[in-house]
Design a protein around this ligand. Structure first.
Ligand code: GRF
Length: 215
C-alpha cells in the first residue's frame, strides 16, 4: 500500500480550530515525535481569540484567522475558507474543535480527505452538549469518535472510537476531561493510518488496510 508520506515529503495536514486546541497540540506533538509521519502545514481558526492559534505559533506553524463574522453568509465564508485550505495543498484536512458547519460544496471537495473528532460514541449524541446528555441519560459508557466528514452533521463513516466508563460521581467536567484524554489517543492514531496510506473512504465506508472498519 502506498504511503502518503516519506521522510522528505511528509503527509501535509491542515487543522481547523475554533477553541483551545488541545487536540491540535496532541497532533503537533505526535508529528514532532515521529508517531505520525506527517506535518501540520497550516492552522485555520474562525475565532480570532482561539487558544490554538498560540499553540501553532509556538510550534512555528503558520496560522490564519478567517472570521465567519466578516462574511455575509455561509457560502462566502466557505469559499474563503476553501481557498485558504487549498493554498496549503493539504493531503488531509482535520477538524479539531472547529465549531462551524461546513456547506456541501466544501465537504464534497474534501470527501475522503477530511476528518472530524466528536465527543461522543456516535451515532449517539450528535451535536452539542454531549457530556451533559450522556449524564442525563445515565449512560454507562461514553467516549469519542473520529469519522470522515460528510455533508450530514456528525454522521460520516466511523474510523475509530475510544470508550470510557461513566462513573456515578462523574460531572460534565470530569467526563469531558476523560473524553479529552481519549481524543488525544485516537485522533493521532487515525491520522497516522491515513498518512501511512492505510485508511481510505471507500463506498461510504472507512476502510483500514482494505477492510471496512467495524466500530
Ligand atoms: C473536543 O472535545 C472535540 O471532540 C470537539 O471539540 C473539542 C475541542 O477541544 N469537536 P480542543 O479545542 O481540541 O481542546
Amino acid at each position: 500500500m502506498r504511503s502518503l508520506s516519506d521522510k522528505d515529503n511528509p503527509c501535509r495536514l491542515v487543522v481547523l480550530i475554533s477553541g483551545s486546541g488541545t487536540n491540535l497540540q496532541a497532533i503537533i506533538d505526535r508529528c514532532e515525535d515521529g508517531e505520525i509521519p506527517a506535518r501540520v502545514v497550516g492552522v485555520i481558526s474562525n475565532e480570532p481569540c482561539a487558544g490554538g492559534l498560540e499553540r501553532s505559533a509556538k510550534a512555528g506553524i503558520q496560522n490564519v484567522v478567517i472570521d465567519h463574522r466578516d462574511y455575509s453568509g455561509r457560502s462566502d465564508f466557505d469559499q474563503a475558507l476553501g481557498r485558504r485550505i487549498d493554498d496549503y495543498r493539504p493531503d488531509l484536512v482535520i477538524l479539531a474543535g472547529f465549531m462551524r458547519i461546513l456547506g456541501n460544496d466544501l465537504v464534497q471537495r474534501y470527501q475522503g480527505r477530511m476528518l472530524n473528532i466528536h465527543p461522543s460514541l456516535l451515532p449517539d449524541y450528535p451535536g452539542l452538549n454531549t457530556h451533559q446528555r450522556a449524564l442525563a441519560d445515565q449512560m454507562m459508557e461514553h467516549g469519542a469518535t473520529v469519522h470522515f466528514v460528510v455533508p450530514q452533521l456528525d454522521a460520516g463513516p466511523i474510523v475509530i472510537q475510544g470508550r470510557i466508563p461513566v462513573h456515578t460521581d462523574d460531572t460534565t467536567e470530569t467526563l469531558a476531561q476523560r473524553v479529552h484524554e481519549v481524543e488525544y489517543r485516537i485522533y493521532p492514531q487515525a491520522i497516522r493510518w491515513f498518512a501511512e496510506g492505510r485508511l481510505k473512504l471507500r463506498d461510504d465506508s472507512a476502510c483500514l488496510d482494505g477492510y471496512p472498519v467495524r466500530p
